[in-house]
Design a binder for this molecule. Structure first.
Ligand code: GTP
Ligand code: SAM
Ligand code: SF4
Ligand code: SF4
Length: 335
């Protein structure tokens, strides 16, 4: 329940969307997200789920309406279903949407319980329908397990949105197959431009980068794209394909910056609050959380952090070099 003035940042943007990375660990090692030999946080540094509950509840009290659980892989955190159950108490009492972004590997186990917790839709990352390519991209993932997970989600009544990172030379040849498959299955589909997050070892961002302006032009060779005004509260802009009626989203941090309408901040599993995905600056909420059982200190710290939210990211590949690169990996803040 909201009990205080809402969070408004220095650029007059209301902050109503909290993304929470509940673990930095993952059962996959996607080539654009992680180095092959990632060092994860010692478990002792993680906030407990009860502490994360207190933090998220404070944000809901401050006007957050949408809560997205992410990671790492959120569904590998022990007792994560207990956390979803706990968060579901806020639905209809300030919180309008409780949802998650997942690689889908554990949906076979958890889809039904997620639906019971009031989750209505789930975003599943799936960059290819080719089993060998899938194994190459995710290093540790296996496609059939993810497809089973997606089926389980649909069977549980969850709406599925497939997130595809557009990767030149990797999935550019599958554009129409992915569109057709999502259409046949009744899943929404969103493409994402690859962002320069974290050192990946051998991978080169410029080689990976496939601008969505190109992808969109390719789509327009076969379909009539009708721009839609509707929004999901995230950064995607949507079109409908006139010929099939399908909805397709584009997340374009590089070719079309959407920061002016930013409504979100990110909380990590150690209690850091990142005010922008594309900046290094963060605020520690763990100390104020642990300083007192009363939320007043915590709420002051949250307001002070929001007062420092930057205007946007500085990602740029336009001069054939990568600028605005972040040191942390995408799994740290959960995308
Ligand atoms: N630069 C930037 N990229 C973002 C932001 N939010 C999401 N993304 C990118 O979009 C990807 C997909 O986001 P999702 O986790 O599906 O969340 P969403 O786009 O808010 O989802 P919807 O609620 O379905 O709109 C993330 O992993 C990021 O790569 C943002 O604020 N800034
Ligand atoms: C970090 S993952 C966390 C949740 C879950 N493990 C998953 O893969 O959906 C969230 C999203 O970030 C995307 N992602 C990871 N690294 C990225 C990068 N460098 N640029 C753009 N998107 C990225 C993934 O494709 C995924 O859709
Ligand atoms: S994108 Fe998601 S599934 Fe892939 S390595 Fe990163 S956190 Fe794991
Ligand atoms: S890059 Fe930063 S300011 Fe821009 S939309 Fe993402 S979080 Fe918001």
């Amino acid at each position: 329940m909201q009990h205080a003035a809402p969070l408004i940042d220095p650029f007059a943007r209301p902050i109503t969307y909290l993304r929470v990375s509940v673990t930095d660990r993952c059962d996959f090692r996607c080539v654009y997200c992680m180095a092959e030999h990632m060092q994860f946080l010692p478990k002792a540094e993680l906030l407990t789920l009860e502490e994360l509950d207190r933090l998220c509840s404070a944000f809901v009290g401050l006007g957050v309406q949408k809560l997205r659980i992410t990671g790492g892989e959120p569904l590998v955190r022990r007792n994560i279903m207990g956390f979803f159950h706990a968060m579901s108490r806020h639905l209809g009492a300030g919180l309008e949407e409780l949802t998650l972004t997942t690689n889908g590997s554990q949906l076979g186990r958890f889809a039904g319980e997620l639906a019971d917790c009031g989750v209505r839709r789930v975003n599943v990352s799936l960059d290819t329908l080719d089993p060998d390519k899938f194994a190459a991209i995710t290093r540790w993932g296996r496609l059939p397990q993810v497809l089973d997970g997606i089926r389980a989600a649909a069977a549980a009544g969850l709406r599925v949105k497939i997130n595809v990172v557009a990767l030149r030379g990797v999935n550019d040849g599958e554009l129409f197959d992915l569109v057709r498959w999502c259409g046949d299955q009744g899943h929404d589909l969103t493409f994402i431009e690859v962002m320069p997050m974290g050192d990946l070892g051998n991978e080169d961002r410029l080689d990976q980068y496939w601008p969505l302006s190109d992808l969109r032009a390719r789509l327009a060779e076969r379909f009539t794209l009708m721009d839609l005004a509707e929004r999901t509260g995230g950064p995607a802009r949507y079109v409908r394909l006139r010929e099939t009626g399908q909805k397709i989203g584009f997340i374009t941090p590089l070719t079309h910056n959407f920061c002016e309408s930013c409504n979100r901040v990110r909380l990590t599993c150690t209690g850091e609050l990142f005010m922008c995905l594309g900046q290094e600056d963060n605020a520690d909420l763990r100390a104020p959380l642990r300083a007192s059982g009363d939320d007043a200190v915590l709420i002051d710290a949250i307001r002070a952090a929001i007062a420092n939210k930057p205007k946007g990211h500085d990602f740029d590949y336009s001069r054939q070099t990568v600028t605005g690169q972040m040191t942390r990996h995408m799994s740290h803040t959960g995308g």
